[in-house]
Design a binder for this molecule. Structure first.
Ligand code: NAD
Length: 471
């Protein structure tokens, strides 16, 4: 897309948002219903596009990880929108009586959305749905790394929405950079922390507020008293969904010293239960590109060369050595087998960067206090997972650590809860959306004071004589 087209699209949306400042409930509902129709009628085509982009990624996985979330969000918005839109009456302090006051929730105008490739439908449409519910116009720039999905999204959105309501801009990083420089009323970015910094800088030029949904290293903290089989199953599920290419995937495990074997055994059993086979199994997603696969392999090679021990998980039926060989062999669909890494250290790339693949370092600890200190010394993670049964210890960990969100005795699931805001903190992002929090994030909360002719406020008018001493 050439810059002139981009600016023309933005201008059309901007004009429309300034002419139709009030966006009634019926208009918003009708837009959401159109979105639902689009997904109902064309979900299969979109899921096929996602599969084409990944190589191997079952449409059922996309149904669970992308469409389920979107349908849920749409239903929640349709059910609750009338209540969310209602002005909120607030109490008025004595010194302003007899005034009344309320907070009105207004659309911001034009909301820009930049989305990543890992859940290319969910992460493109969820912010768009919430912004539309809040009465905004939306421009979406999906990832260039999922070209089939982005092209389908562009075609479907053009079929179901007027360009000044909701439109899709396709293009590479160059287009993305120009996109982030448009004077939006709000810009939502989901992607890496490094690019998030650039987006925040571009938005600052126009004082455009941003919501940054970024990544990071989300730890799984295992207590001595946890149920190991249950913890390993839930960690394997969270880690291996989409082959580890999930922003809140467990990035590494913190394990009490001496429990390594128990964890490895339980994890192996969990992997075998969830994925009886790896290569050719459509439930086990491909690593998106050769470049991403090479990066993951390089991380493992470096860890091995620095003394780490790598355990590769293969199908239950595989011979010793077979699984390890499959790690390096060039399978057509880039399905990388799950691997545990013992003895990882901070000098290894896999403990310095978000892994974003099916590699799980296991770090052992002796004292929980040391773990808390180490977590607080690093960047604040997007998620933290705690596995244990002592509620006092759990609450102590929750009080003494800061992360975007937490699931206790589970992984990922806090993201699926309708009434919990989802977002990061510090390096993992700022601003949360989902549900009413998202509606508020993409609305302007306007303070309105309704005064009568006589008011207590007149007590504060000059001249400031001794009268004020009594107030
Ligand atoms: P990325 O940062 O490389 O790209 C994301 C988007 O930014 C793409 O659409 C891309 O075109 C665009 N982009 C690239 N350079 C840009 C620039 N200079 N200016 C403006 N836009 C630019 O991320 P990715 O590889 O697509 O996704 C993986 C990352 O996203 C991981 O770090 C993951 O943790 C994170 N993520 C976060 C969440 C969340 O909700 N917090 C969800 C999914 C993924």
């Amino acid at each position: 897309m050439i810059p002139a087209d981009l600016h023309r699209l933005f201008e059309a949306q901007h004009q429309a948002s300034r002419i139709h400042v009030e966006v009634p409930l019926l208009v918003r509902r009708e837009r959401l219903l159109r979105m639902r129709k689009m997904l109902d009628e064309h979900g299969t085509v979109l899921a096929a596009a996602v599969q084409a982009d990944f190589g191997m990624r079952s449409p059922r996985l996309t149904e669970v990880a992308d469409f389920f979330v979107l349908r849920n969000l749409l239903n929640q918005c349709l059910r609750k929108l009338a209540r969310w839109m209602k002005p909120q009456r607030v109490r008025t302090p004595l010194y302003l009586l007899p005034a009344r006051a309320r907070i009105e929730r207004q659309p911001l105008g034009v909301v820009g959305v930049i989305s990543p490739w890992n859940y290319p439908v969910q992460l493109a449409l969820a912010p768009a749905i919430t912004a539309l519910a809040a009465g905004n116009r939306v421009m979406l720039k999906p990832s260039e790394l999922t070209p089939h999905t982005s092209a389908q999204l562009a075609a479907l959105v053009a079929q179901f929405f007027a360009p000044d309501e909701f439109c899709v801009v396709q293009g590479d990083v160059n287009v993305a950079t120009q996109f982030s420089g448009l004077p939006f009323d709000h810009l939502v970015f989901t992607g890496s922390t490094a690019v998030g910094r650039r987006v925040a800088q571009a938005a600052a030029a126009h004082l455009t507020p941003t919501t940054l949904e970024l990544g990071g290293k989300s730890p799984c903290l295992i207590a001595q008293d946890c149920d190991m089989a249950d913890a390993a199953l839930k960690i394997a599920h969270g880690k291996l969904l989409n082959a580890g290419q999930t922003c809140i995937a467990p990035d590494y495990v913190l394990l009490p010293r001496g429990r390594e074997q128990a964890f490895a055994q339980a994890y192996r059993a969990a992997v075998a239960r969830l994925y009886p086979t790896i290569v050719g199994n459509p439930d086990y997603a491909s690593i998106l590109t050769k470049r991403h696969l090479a990066r993951l392999r390089q991380m493992l090679r470096q860890a091995q060369s620095l003394g780490a021990h790598v355990e590769v998980m293969g199908p239950a039926s595989s011979q010793p050595g077979e699984a390890a060989a499959s790690l390096w062999s060039d399978a057509a669909e880039r399905q990388m087998p799950p691997a545990l890494v013992f003895g990882a250290t901070s000098e290894m790339q896999l403990m310095q960067e978000e892994i974003f693949g099916p590699i799980l370092p296991v770090i052992t600890y002796e004292r929980l206090d040391d773990v808390v200190a180490a977590l607080n010394a690093g960047p604040r993670p997007l998620a933290l997972y705690w596995f244990g049964s002592d509620e006092n210890v759990r609450d102590g960990i929750l009080r003494r650590t800061v992360s975007g969100g937490v699931s206790v005795n589970d992984t990922l699931m806090h993201i699926a809860h309708d009434n919990l805001p989802f977002g990061g903190v510090g390096d993992s992002g700022w601003g949360a959306y989902h549900g009413e929090q998202g509606f508020l994030r993409f609305s302007h909360q306007k303070s309105v004071l309704l005064q009568s002719r006589w008011s207590m406020g007149a007590l504060f008018y000059p001249p400031y004589g001794p009268r004020l001493d009594r107030v």
